[in-house]
Design a protein around this ligand. Structure first.
Ligand code: UDP
Length: 494
């Protein structure tokens, strides 16, 4: 396979900020905050001057990048030397890894096989990337490799005396033959790691040693541009500045960046629509990458056939501008499919459907637009066909939105059906549509679900819980006490 020129680095440093964990105290209470401080102190003692390396496939777009930006910055703020490298993959490499990603979720993806040729593309790249990282390690460091894209780096790193963790953010609840074949492709690499982390028990492959396997669910950052509180007038101002909604005399479209400085939304979304959204329109929103597993066509179909006939709501499907998400070669095609679907709708239906591609030049600006959209929506949906976790669900729940989502993957760990949101059969557009319609027509119930949803996220899905779990895992690894099957955390930690 053609690797980039041999002098070029296969691993590109991604920027890691520095954030103070103190800001969590008002959110989680004094006792939980003290515990967090103690645990970080222990991590500092164990890590000393050594480095915690994270490798994934992109610093921009998708849930893993979203989480790493925050988690690593707080770790660094707490005195840990956290570093992040993103794989500078070639197009053939990312074609294979996207196939792996799709296949691990049971989907055919590009339909090509994971054969010897695919392995050669994958292995030659990841081996070289592994060797590149190995040359930068010193004893006492620790390595966390995220997702299938980096699993092939494990063999080059195993045996160096540095703990290597493989963290899978993807998975399937009931393995299909396609998913199993993808796992067979990866497992020889993965099994050489010192520990494996999955988001939920159902995603753990049965041929992995339980003693080396840990469960850590993803989490959100309550203070990021994506999730910070925004008053209603700011939501309106941001949506107007981004060109998503018509609002005469909107206010200042500002938000607070993670480093505390002020940001301002100035770039505009590219809208596919025949009529601009208005302030009094009821909005049903799905935010996701342009990926068939997020089922954008199914969302449009369910909305048009089962929501629109009995409401006058508007559907907003929002995702990143596709040019700028390097590791996702299918994004452009999927967006084209959604636009083609839009083009076939009758004009009175088109008036109720809005496709938004959001600017990605400034990730925090993009996040502020997503934040405003989620707060603007009456109902947030995530009709994915497969989902490792589904951060967009936790994000909407944190904003006290009523969420309707597919009963699959990690979404089931977030939503308790009927109490903190609605779960529906992801392949049943009528059930999806009727759950959305019920919530649109019963705002009191929608508000109740939203309130419970916010409490649920506060209890279980804030970054503070992730810190405790990662530190516990790290402590086990370096003190040689093995990996707990479930990295537990005390109730009331947050
Ligand atoms: N996202 C974003 N901008 C977009 C579309 C998505 O910031 O235009 C974010 C979204 O808010 C969430 C992440 O990308 O934080 C997607 O994570 P999720 O776990 O839902 O899905 P993944 O993309 O990892 O499959």
């Amino acid at each position: 396979m053609a690797l980039p020129d041999s002098a070029a680095s296969l691993l590109v440093p991604a920027p890691v900020g520095k954030l103070a964990i103190e800001r969590f105290e008002p959110l989680i209470g004094e006792q939980a905050y003290r515990r967090l401080q103690d645990r970080f102190a222990r991590a500092r003692e164990l890590l000393g001057d050594h480095v915690m390396w994270h490798v994934n496939s992109t610093a921009r777009g998708g849930g893993v990048a979203e989480m790493l930006h925050s988690l690593l910055a707080y770790g660094r703020g707490a005195g840990l030397d956290e570093r992040w490298l993103a794989i500078a993959g070639t197009a053939p490499f990312f074609a294979v890894t996207k196939r792996l990603h799709n296949n691990l979720h049971g989907a055919p993806g590009d339909g090509l096989p994971l054969d010897a040729e695919a392995r050669e593309v994958y292995e030659s790249f990841t081996r070289a990337a592994g060797e590149e990282l190995a040359a930068r390690l010193s004893p006492g460091d620790v390595v966390l490799l995220h997702d299938p894209q980096s699993a092939g780096m494990v063999p080059a790193l195993a045996g160096l005396g540095v703990p290597v963790v493989w963290r899978s953010h993807v998975g399937i609840d009931h393995a299909t033959p396609v998913a199993r074949r993808a796992w067979e492709f990866l497992r020889g690499y993965v099994r050489q790691a010192d520990a494996y982390v999955f988001s939920r028990r159902q995603h753990v492959w049965d041929d992995l040693a339980p003693a080396k396997t840990a469960l850590i669910a993803p989490s959100i950052d309550a203070f990021s541009a994506k999730n910070q509180d925004l008053p209603d007038d700011r939501v309106t101002a941001i949506l107007a500045a981004a060109g998503v909604q018509d609002t005469p005399s909107a206010g200042d479209p500002v938000f607070t960046r993670l480093d505390g400085s002020a940001g301002r939304v100035g770039r505009r979304a590219r809208m596919t629509e025949t009529r601009r959204l208005r302030p009094d329109d009821a909005v049903v929103l799905q935010v996701s990458r342009w990926d068939r597993l997020k089922d954008p066509l199914g969302v449009i179909d369910g909305f048009v056939r089962y929501v629109l006939p009995s409401t006058d709501a508007h559907l907003v499907l929002a995702g990143p501008s596709v040019e700028e998400v390097a590791d996702d070669p299918e994004g452009g095609d999927v967006l084209d499919e959604a636009m083609a679907c839009f083009a076939t709708l009758p004009s009175r239906v088109q008036e109720h459907v809005h496709l938004a591609t959001l600017p990605m030049a400034d990730l925090e600006e993009n996040a502020a637009i997503v934040n405003a959209l989620q707060r603007r929506a009456q109902v947030v949906v995530q009709k994915s066909i497969a989902e490792g976790f589904g951060l967009t669900v936790a994000e909407a729940m944190w904003k006290a939105r009523a969420v309707v989502a597919g009963r699959i993957g990690g979404i089931q760990d977030q939503i308790e059906n009927g109490r903190t949101g609605c779960l529906v059969d992801a392949l049943d557009p009528a059930a999806f549509g009727s759950a959305v319609t019920d919530l649109l027509t019963d705002p009191v119930r929608a508000a109740e679900l939203g309130e419970q949803a916010r409490l649920q996220v506060r209890r279980e899905f804030l970054g503070t819980r992730s810190f405790l779990q990662y530190i516990a895992l790290y402590e086990r690894l370096v003190t040689g006490r093995g990996v707990p099957a479930e990295v537990s955390f005390p109730p009331g930690y947050a």
